[in-house]
Design a protein around this ligand. Structure first.
Ligand code: HEC
Length: 127
């Protein structure tokens, strides 16, 4: 009997800790089915390269927007949003909704395309 009490107490504590760690809602299930190579192709096809430079795209190297060559290292998107997969997926398709006043336009994409682009951007962190 006396041995059971700590066990119950611990699971209760875990429940509390889990609830406390459940940060801002990022409801994207996962990037595990994303395709980085397709994301790499999409930044060309969708015109991102007109405004941004990427480490593995020689031309064009747009300079209107910030360089994304080390984007995976950044903690924030546009200096304001947490750089998390779900936030990034929403941002790349509709920047004006998330950074009001930004010069980056909304760019129509499917869920899968946004996921591939986000996965590509997040691995841009050469050491
Ligand atoms: C017309 C130019 C333009 C196009 C096209 C464009 N962007 Fe941007 N992008 C910007 C600008 C300007 C910013 C800076 C946002 C701000 O701080 O207001 C930005 C910011 C970003 C950021 C955040 C960078 C940082 O340092 O925090 C990411 C990531 C990004 N863009 C990805 C993309 C992707 C992916 C595409 C294509 C789907 C794209 N952009 C297309 C202009 C553009």
């Amino acid at each position: 009997m006396a041995r059971r009490a700590p066990t119950l107490g611990l699971s209760g504590l875990f429940a509390v800790l889990l609830a406390a760690c459940d940060g801002p809602p990022d409801r994207t299930p996962t990037l595990s089915d994303a395709d980085v190579q397709r994301g790499r192709q999409l930044v060309t096809d969708k015109g991102c390269v007109a405004c941004h430079s990427f480490p593995d795209v020689k031309w064009p190297r747009g300079g209107l927007g910030p360089s994304l060559e080390h984007f995976g290292r950044q903690g924030l998107i546009g200096g304001r949003l947490p750089n998390q997969p779900g936030v990034l997926m929403r941002f790349v398709r509709n920047a004006p909704d998330h950074l009001p006043g930004t010069a980056m336009p909304a760019i129509p994409m499917t869920d899968q395309e946004a996921r591939d682009v986000a996965a590509y951007l997040l691995q841009l962190e050469p050491r």
